[in-house]
Design a protein around this ligand. Structure first.
Ligand code: ZN
Length: 343
């Protein structure tokens, strides 16, 4: 199954030839729910992890205060709601039957934070990428697999062992860890990815306006208004999950500067590695909707699909209020802890 991004509405390099040298190739990952194995590139799938290597852990730096959930509850809730939304329903019929409603209420009530044993918590798999599928990633010499793990909590932002990278050579993994440890409870079910297979597609990107000098950005903005396109949404950076390319635009806060944007371990420069989008496209970025997804719905803006499990939110990972988490890696030492910023 392929996924194809429509051509951009305009070629920005015709009006701004100087942008051509700043083009980068990003790989849109196009995750789609499936049943990945350790041998697949995936989001939320099992990792090719050596049985004799310790599983990554992180001790929360604060005491979780709200109600917690479990990975099993997250999976159960999604399965119940998916089934319920798929059923035909009469005008006065409730979405959930009585048994389902009880189950959903129990899951929404959550668990007391006291259920979480003190001490380090195992991370959960977020994604893994084989070089054969996503060749543009900065694989250090002698590696062909990147694995990303995190703690489903507010700590995914910053630079801490709550988000970890492993670069490895897949052929060196002889015995695979069959049953990785799982945390007893997690703080944020919205950070638990659905198992998805990937359908990588290279696309051309141009710098987001915060990385252009002000005068240039202003000229681009004026030109794109005259052309009735939106540079940020349509011409520069692809939305959704992607590897490499330019970092996502800053949408709700000021752009990060060098005080924030550096390796937390060595202070060196960082670059965009992985972009985790809350949706693959939305009303503003509908021009990136893959052609295989068909046309937009009646108002031309709202993404269509299953009312609960939608095609534009395949991973079910939500960052903040629908923002993007940009993962930056240390250029000098890619095995350093990544820097992550909600953008
Ligand atoms: Zn570093």
């Amino acid at each position: 199954m392929t996924r194809t991004t429509p051509s951009r509405p305009l070629d920005v390099t015709v009006a701004f030839p100087e942008l051509a040298s700043l083009a980068r190739t990003a790989v849109r990952l196009h995750p789609l729910p499936g049943a990945p194995t350790v041998h697949d590139s995936s989001v939320g799938g099992p990792l090719l992890w050596p049985a004799d290597e310790p599983w990554p852990e992180h001790e929360p730096t604060y005491r979780y205060s709200g109600r917690l959930t479990t990975l099993e509850d997250v999976r159960t809730l999604r399965a119940v709601l998916t089934r319920a939304w798929s059923r035909p329903r009469g005008p006065r019929q409730n979405l959930l039957n009585e048994r389902e409603q009880e189950l959903v209420d129990r899951i929404h009530a959550g668990h007391s934070a006291e259920l979480l044993p003190p001490g380090p918590q195992p991370l959960i798999p977020l994604a893994q990428f084989y070089a054969r599928d996503v060749p543009g990633l900065p694989f250090p010499e002698g590696t062909d697999l990147l694995q990303v793990l995190w703690v489903p909590s507010a700590e995914i932002e910053g630079c801490s062992p709550a988000v970890q990278l492993r670069w490895r050579l897949s052929s060196q993994v002889e015995q695979v860890l069959a049953a990785p440890p799982e945390p007893a409870c997690v703080e944020d079910g919205d950070h638990v990815p659905e198992p998805c297979l990937l359908h990588p597609e290279p696309v051309r990107e141009f710098p987001p306006s915060h990385l252009l000098d002000e005068e240039w950005a202003a000229r681009l903005l004026k030109w794109s208004e005259e052309q009735s396109v939106d540079y940020g949404n349509d011409l520069s950076v692809a939305p959704g999950w992607k590897a490499g390319g330019w970092p996502a635009a800053f949408t709700f806060r000021d752009a990060a500067d060098s005080d924030e944007l550096h390796c937390g371990e060595c202070g060196g420069p960082v670059e965009a590695l992985l972009t985790i989008g809350s949706s693959e496209w939305d009303g503003a970025t509908g021009s990136w909707r893959p052609v295989e997804e068909g046309q937009d719905s009646e108002d031309g803006e709202k993404p269509t699909g299953h009312p609960y499990r939608t095609t534009h939110e395949p991973t079910m990972v939500t960052i903040g209020r629908g923002y993007t988490l940009q993962v930056y890696y240390c250029v000098g030492t890619p095995s350093h802890l990544p820097r992550t910023i909600m953008q």
